[in-house]
Write a protein that binds this ligand. Structure first.
Ligand code: DX5
Ligand code: ZN
Length: 208
């Protein structure tokens, strides 16, 4: 299982990013919130851009914003492996997916817990990643929603039936117990379970 750690719940971001740099986490999951798509707001890009001063890990960017087209060019400047935005946005999804790929960055669509997975079908051919939300997006430290394991299985079946090589990443409430409900996924994004612990590597290893 690949692991992507988010610092959204971190009490000391520079320190925690330096600590994460010493672990074998595959990616740093960068949660970006605009206070419109979700009530909370994360720090502005002029601060976010300094992430790479503290870690050389590749970034797995999760845009929880109403206008991903504004954020894609910014986050494409960083050490970015994936840019993911929400299938629920009102912007042109296909156009935004193509924009990400023009930067030679892998593109992903995130899906909220109550959104029908059939909404993903028109975009499957473009996707490198699907981000399955196991919490309502907007903050860290929430509980893994019951039944998300079934949704992960359904998405895996959908990908197989359309022959789509996208990876499945599960995001929200991931810990040593709930990770066992994500066995049909390729990666998990974990926040508070890791960054609020006193041994980041031990927690990351427990997710593998
Ligand atoms: C929620 C974010 C998640 C969250 C995960 O909107 O997209 O990435 O920060 O944090 P934990 O693991 O604490 O639920
Ligand atoms: Zn996230």
């Amino acid at each position: 299982m690949k692991v992507s750690v988010t610092f959204l719940s971190s009490k000391d971001i520079p320190k925690d990013l330096e600590k994460l740099n010493q672990t074998d986490t595959d990616f740093i999951h960068v949660d970006v919130m605009d206070g419109k798509f979700v009530p909370n707001k994360t720090m502005p890009f002029r601060e976010m851009r300094h992430i790479s001063d503290y870690t050389s890990k590749r970034l797995d960017v999760h845009l929880m914003v109403v206008d991903p087209s504004k954020y894609i060019p910014l986050y494409a400047e960083l050490n970015t492996e994936y840019i993911t935005f929400h299938v629920e946005v009102n912007e042109d999804i296909e156009k935004n997916l193509k924009m990400i790929k023009e930067y030679s960055i892998k593109c992903g669509l995130a899906i909220k817990p109550d959104t029908k997975i059939s909404e993903l079908i028109p975009y499957l051919p473009y996707l490198d990643l699907i981000l399955v939300m196991s919490v309502e997006p907007g903050k860290g430290g929430q509980k893994f929603i019951e039944g998300t394991d079934k949704r992960i299985k359904e998405i895996r079946e959908l990908l197989n039936s359309y022959n789509v090589p996208a990876i499945i990443n599960v995001d929200g409430g991931i810990n040593g117990d709930t990770v066992s409900l994500c066995r049909d996924a390729d990666m998990v994004a974990s926040g508070s379970y890791v960054v609020l612990s006193d041994d980041f590597q031990e927690k990351i290893s427990s997710l593998r």
